[in-house]
Each structure stands twice: as C-alpha cells, then as structure tokens.
Design a protein around this ligand. Structure first.
Ligand code: GTQ
Length: 348
C-alpha cells in the first residue's frame, strides 16, 4: 500500500518558514518519510570493498612520509563513500582502519572511550600491551582493546606489521562520548593472563572464585579459533554454517558491548545464504578467497581484503575454491542493536 504524499517545505509561505527558523522550529511533515521510510531504512552505508594489495603500498608509503611522532597511530581509514570519506566510517557505527607499525617503532600508551579490536593481517614480532597484558600479534589473532583500557603497540621484529582496527568510534562519537587520555608506557604485569581461558568448558576459579573482570580474555589466537572451526566442520558436517562467535568466556556474552565478532569457515565449494539482518556486516578474509554477493553488489575477496555490507540486506558467500576452505572474520553492530531492541532477522 502506498503512503499518501505529504506537504513539502516549498508549500509553506516563506514568511512562515522564516518565523519557524527564527524560533529554532522545523515542520515534521516535509521530512517525515525521510526519517521514517516505509518498510525498511534507507542506508547511507554503501556496499564497499577495499583491496589489500592496492592499499598495502599506500600504507607502506605512509610509513615513509609520516614518522610515528607525527602520527601517533599510522592508519589509513577504510571510509565508506556513502557517508562521505571525511566522516571516516565504514557503516553508521563501525570504523575500520589499516594500521602500520615498522620495526622498532612504538605507538604510545593511551586509553579512550570507544572500544577497539585488532585483527592481525601481516608480519611477526609486534605486540600490543592492553591493561598491562602483553599480547603478541600473529596473523589472524583477534586482540580486544575495550573501552577505558590503556593500550600501546610495539614492534620487536624486522618487517612491517599491519593490522585491521575495528572500532565503534562512529557510534561513540555520535553520542558525543568520544575522548582520549594520553599516558606513560605501561608496566607489563602479564603476557599470558588470557591463556587460562583457551580451553572451552573450563575457566580459572582459584579458591572457588571467578574473575570479575569485565574483559577477562583479551587475545583470541587464530590457531585456536581455526582449530575450533575445523573441529566443528568435521564433527557436525550437517551444520548450517561453520561459524564461531568471539565471547567473554566468563559470561558467555558478546566479547564487547557494541560490536560483535565472529569467524566463519566456508567449506570447499560452499555457498552460504545469510538472511537479511538489521545490522551492517564487515567481512575480512583471513585465508583463502570468498565472493560476497549482496543485492546489486558482488565482491571477489582474496586474502586480507575487506568489505562492508549495509543492514537489511541478504548476503550470499561463496567459497572461490573447490578444494580448500576459506576463513572469514566478521564484525557487526548486532550487540548494540539487540540491547536497544531494534535487531531483526528477515528470512527470505
Ligand atoms: O591503535 O589505539 O585505528 O586509538 C584509531 C584510533 C587505532 C589505536 C585506530 C586508535 C587506534
């Protein structure tokens, strides 16, 4: 059923419009259909892909052009043209950046209100210290930098290290709650506190006491996540999707409060139809190749390529190989939408 057409701003006498403006008043009806479109939102977020082999030399060039002291964080932001590049957002809530650290460099300690995670893309020997815990960075590892925790990055290896930053910065910035505090180098208190969580089904419980830390596990090593996916594929071949969620092992809740993270194994030759969900989704290929098809868009992603698909869009993923699995990291804003009561899944 089509909705009745509403009056336009131009239909109103100019002196009346001026009188409204002078009092900081705005008539709703000319804009009502824009803010409450029928049936489904009109996203600003455009389906967009970023090719790693194209952005990599540009990021390495930034390493020549801009020393660490002039960057603090040497990052090229994966910006969605639908929002305007200067907004530095991949979707309405998600920020993506590729960060470069060269051998011997140090990105100084700070803490901020937005939550971050790092997905390590290439290189060896770098580490990030989060709340005193030294987390080594290896390909495919996910490292949390939750809101308010001190963090700094260092590099003891001999080749460039690159990782993907995923932050809820656009959301926290929109709330006018985004700020940073600079700090001194942290004293490392542990380099393995999270290791005690790496066996499913058991958690540390000294003297029958469980951790009350809001973020008990900061590093999710890729070797373990990959092994979990392969075990799932082997033991439950009938499963709809070989997918695992990154969670807080103490509570079982999402690893962070605003953005959600998961890893998916596409079996050889697999085509996976994902229902339209209200949340926007980011895909980043850890290993292999995958095509992402979403309405009129289609991206053939290779290793380390990244794309963002707006919400309310059905998505089909296709493994490009008939013989090898593909491994894909995903980020979305479903935890936020669920907390706010606006999360939806629309089955075709
Ligand atoms: O590494 O702390 O991509 O503070 C953007 C803001 C990374 C970081 C980003 C940040 C960081």
């Amino acid at each position: 059923m089509s909705l009745p057409e509403l009056g336009r701003l131009e239909d109103l006498p100019q002196d009346y419009r001026d009188a409204l403006s002078a009092q900081n008043l705005v008539p709703l009806w000319p804009s009502l259909r824009a803010v409450l479109p029928p049936g489904k939102p009109i996203p600003r977020t455009r389906a967009t892909a970023w090719n790693y082999q194209t952005l990599r030399p540009l990021l390495l060039k930034a390493g020549e052009l801009t020393p660490m002291e002039k960057a603090e964080r040497r990052v090229l932001v994966l910006a969605n043209p639908g929002h305007g590049l200067e907004k530095m957002q991949a979707s309405s809530t998600i920020y993506l950046g590729m960060q470069l650290l060269l051998p011997g460099e140090w990105a100084p300690a700070h803490r901020h209100t937005p939550n971050a995670v790092r997905m390590i893309v290439e290189g060896e020997g770098a580490y990030t210290t989060v709340d005193g815990e030294k987390c080594e960075m290896q390909r495919g590892d996910l490292i949390l930098t939750p809101t308010g925790l001190w963090h700094e990055h260092g590099h003891e290896g001999d080749k460039p290290v690159i990782w993907l930053d995923v932050l809820d910065l656009p959301m926290v910035y929109y709330m006018e709650a985004s700020y940073v505090t600079e700090g001194k180098a942290q004293t490392i208190s542990s380099d393995a506190a999270g290791l005690a969580y790496q066996r499913g089904g058991v958690v540390p419980a000294p003297m029958f006491t469980r951790s009350e830390s809001a973020f008990p596990m900061l590093r999710y090593p890729w070797v373990d996540v990959r092994a979990a996916l392969q075990t799932l594929a082997r033991t439950q071949p009938e499963i709809d999707a070989v997918q695992v969620a990154y969670i807080n092992p103490e509570t079982g809740a999402d690893a962070q409060k605003i953005l959600g993270f998961s890893a998916l194994m596409l079996r050889p030759d697999e085509t996976l139809q994902m229902p339209a969900r209200s949340s926007a989704t980011v895909f980043h290929v850890i290993e292999g190749g995958a095509s992402v098809l979403a309405e009129a868009s289609s991206f053939a992603l290779g290793e380390a390529d990244t794309c963002c698909i707006p919400g309310y869009t059905g998505i089909t993923l296709v493994n490009a190989s008939a013989t090898e699995p593909a491994f894909v990291f995903m980020a979305d804003d479903a935890p936020l939408q669920k907390k706010l009561g606006v999360y939806e899944v629309r089955n075709a």
